[in-house]
Design a binder for this molecule. Structure first.
Ligand code: NI
Length: 181
């Protein structure tokens, strides 16, 4: 078990483009996946990308099954996704609040496509190919953006829809959503 430090906004590694993984089933990748999982759970996130722990490889982990903090959220299967490829299946977007473990205590209103197909490999070398919608799609898009050095704040439509959780709640604009990733 190895809990890593999650890099915070301002760390230049968060803006870099990560490299493809040559062998998704290798022992080094298994250790990396374990580290990402341990760290994500310790920080109580719903997703985490390798660059957030300072490893510039195209590996993300996400998902949760029933979370007492977010009882209304639709569950997303726990998934390891390596070398992801995403197809956006609709021009329709919807705005919802997102948070990021690299930007603690803050939330922003981010437009995302409502339906996507994603593929890649897991750490056992098996292929993954899914068509998903809604919150599942949002989490995948958020995580995979990290692999291209993009944080959700770069996708805000309006800076007025970004701020500290406490202030947003006081102004009654924000209600908690399961998206610290
Ligand atoms: Ni994030």
């Amino acid at each position: 078990m190895s809990i890593k430090k999650v890099l915070q906004l301002g760390d230049p590694l968060l803006s870099r483009i990560s490299e493809s993984v040559e062998d998704p089933g290798s022992g080094i990748i298994k250790i990396l996946v374990d580290d990402i999982y341990d760290t994500m759970r310790d920080y109580q996130g719903v997703g985490l990308a390798a660059p957030q722990i300072g490893v510039l490889k195209r590996v993300v982990v996400f998902g949760f099954t029933g979370n007492s903090r977010y009882p209304d959220a639709e569950p997303v299967p726990e998934t390891v996704l390596i070398n992801p490829v995403i197809d956006i299946l609709t021009t329709e977007t919807v705005e919802d609040w997102e948070g990021c473990l690299s930007i603690p205590g803050m939330r922003g209103l981010v437009p995302r496509a409502t339906k996507i197909r994603y593929g890649g490999f897991n750490h056992e070398g098996k292929t993954i190919n899914r068509t998903v919608e809604g919150f599942h799609a949002r989490v995948v898009l958020h995580e995979c953006d990290h692999l291209d050095g993009i944080l959700y704040i770069q996708r805000l439509k309006n800076l007025a829809d970004f701020g500290f959780i406490d202030a947003l709640q006081e102004s009654k604009r924000y209600s908690p959503a399961p998206c610290d990733s």
